[in-house]
Design a protein around this ligand. Sequence first.
Ligand code: NAD
Ligand code: UD1
Length: 352
Amino acid sequence: MILVTGGAGYIGSHVCIALLDAGLDVVAVDNLSNSNRTSLQRVQSICGRSLVFRYTDIRNEDVICDLLRGYGVTAVIHLAGLKAVGDSNVRPMAYYENNVLGTMRLVSAMKRANVMTLVFSSSATVYGIPKYLPLDEKHPLGPTNPYGRTKLIIEEMLKDLCRSDDGWRISNLRYFNPVGAHESGLVGEDPLGVPSNLLPFVAQVAIGRREKLRIWGNDYDTPDGTGIRDFIHVVDLASGHLSALRQLERPGLTTVNLGTGNGSSVLDVVRAFEAASGRSVPYEFRERRAGDVAVCFADPTFAQDAMGWRSTRSLEQMCADHWRWQLQNPDGYQDSAPAKVQARSGHRGRHA
Ligand code: NAD
Ligand code: UD1
C-alpha cells in the first residue's frame, strides 16, 4: 500500500493512476486546498480500481501515523504542498508552514510508524539561475524565491535524516515543467484564477476564455528571443515516481532530475498548441517577467542510469493531451458532472 500526499492535485492524480495501473494499492490524502475530490473519482473510473481517500492535512501527524499503520503502508509519495512562486513572495510563512513544517510532521509520523521509504516532489527551481546547461544534479543550488527555498530546505532536511539513520530510503525528484494531461481527457491541471504557468494560459486562450497570451520577453538570447523550458508530459513524470519506488531498495537519499533534456521556446509551444488544437493563439510581447531565466533544461542522463527511466512523449503530444482535457472540461472540475468515462477494457467495475 502506497500513501500519496497531495493525491487529488494535478501531479498527484496522475501518480495515483500510474500506481493503480501498476497493480499497487493507494491511500491518497489531501486537504483539498488546491484541488477537488472529483479528480480522484475520475482516477478510479479510468483505472477501474478503487483507492482510499482521506480528507486531511499532512500536518495532522497522529492521523497520518494511524493511516500508515492502519493500512500497512510501505512507502510514501509526498506531493502535498503549496507551489505558486508569486504567491510565495506575498505570503512566505504560509509556504514554510505548509511545505517545511508539513514535511517535518509527515516524516515524524513515518518514523513512528516505521515507514522509512519516501519519494519527494522537489523542483528544478532549486537550481536558481543556471550557471551551465543542461542542468545536472550536481549543478549548484540557489533558489530565488520563498517557494524554491522551502524545497531546498526540505531537501537538506531529508539528507540530514538519512545521515542520522540508514533505515531511510528517499528519492528526491526535481521536476522540470510538467504539462499535459491523461490521454482520457478526464484528469488534468485545474488552476485557480488566472494561470501563471504557460500551458494552462495558452489552453484558455485557445478555447476563448482569455483574449490573448502575453509573452514575457522576446529579447532573450535564444533563437526566437523567447524563454526556453524543459516541458515534460505529466504522464511521463508520473511514471518516474514508479521507477523511483522500484529503485528505492538502496539506502540513503538519491536526487534525480525528471525532465526530457529538450528545450522548447514559448513560441514553439504556441505553434505546437495551435497545431494540436486547430485554434489560433493570439499573443503579444510584453516586458520580461521578474525572476524568469532565459533558458532552463535538464540533463536527464542520471534518471536513465539510476532508475532506467526516460520521458517518451513529445511536445505535440503534451499539447494534444492538454487540449483534450481543456476541451472536455472548459471550467476544470468545477460543476463537474459525474465523469463521462468508460473503464478501460480489461478492468472491471467502477468506483467513484
Ligand atoms: P497541486 O496544487 O495540484 O497539488 C498539490 C496538492 O496538495 C493539492 O491537491 C493540495 O490540495 C494538496 N495540499 C497542499 N497542502 C496540503 C497539506 N498541508 N495537507 C494535505 N494536502 C495538501 O500541485 P501539483 O502541480 O500537483 O504539485 C505537486 C507537487 O509537485 C508540489 O509539491 C509542487 O511543489 C511540486 N512541483 C510541481 C511543479 C509543477 O509545475 N506543477 C513543478 C515542480 C514541483
Ligand atoms: C515556473 C516557476 C517554477 C515552477 C514552474 C512550474 C517562476 C519564476 N518559476 O517556472 O518555480 O517550478 O513554474 O510550476 O515562476 N510565459 C509567458 N506568458 C505566460 C506564462 C509564461 O510568456 O502567461 C513564459 C515564461 O516567461 C517562461 C515560460 O513561459 O519563459 C514558462 O513559464 P511558466 O510556465 O510560468 O514556468 P517557469 O517560469 O519555467
